[in-house]
Design a protein around this ligand. Sequence first.
Ligand SMILES: C[S@@+](CC[C@H](N)C(=O)[O-])C[C@H]1O[C@@H](n2cnc3c(N)ncnc32)[C@H](O)[C@@H]1O
Length: 220
Amino acid sequence: MTAPTSSVGLALESGLRARVAALFDEGYDLWDRFDIKVRQKSFHPFVAADYDVVLEALLPLRAPGLKFLEWGSATGIITIMADLLGFEAYGIELDSSLVGHARDLARRNGSEARFAAGSFLPSGYRWRRNRDGRLGTIGNGPSGYLDLGIPLDDFDIVFGYPWSGEEPMMLDLMNRHGRADALLLLNTTTGGVVSYRAGKVITGSTELLLGSRSTTVLPA
Ligand SMILES: C[S@@+](CC[C@H](N)C(=O)[O-])C[C@H]1O[C@@H](n2cnc3c(N)ncnc32)[C@H](O)[C@@H]1O
């Protein structure tokens, strides 16, 4: 197993830390190969998140029995990491070839993470802010929730890595179809992972757990 190369994840016991570090290394290798094979030839919305930053965001949220969902799970690294951290972890990804990679990685890493090939948009969801319903890089397909057999409002924590400008749509989706007390974690390219509950930005680990206070309101 690969030795951890950074100071992140120090709160993890060493065996698990080594497994997570090896998973991240494999994830970045896969991403490099995907970039050369696919993205340098034509546009594809898959860009890998900074896995260390997402790990740091998930560590304080670990608790027994929590259901975690990744919207647009690509090669599955974040969903598999969530499973290794003890969450009941699921990913939904539109590109079925990426779902194949994710399932293979999960099997080889002894992970029970589950993946659906489909859309994280529930059937019938329409982004009303744009008159034509356009969703940026977010594609259309059959709802992945049907495949998982779990509706969006059953998840305690939902993670997404939106392209710039897609955050309001993800907040709207969570607001309309997520559970009111669930956490939405959005990875931003500039500000790390931002946590929302009921459309409001929350800060600090106590608020993360109890959902008691807020600093910003859902964009109008
Ligand atoms: C920015 S990438 C994020 C990848 C991964 N979550 C990560 O953080 O490394 C967005 C992913 O969402 C997928 N995607 C786009 N539209 C989708 C949809 N409607 N349902 C599910 N996945 C979608 C893309 O194929 C792409 O893999």
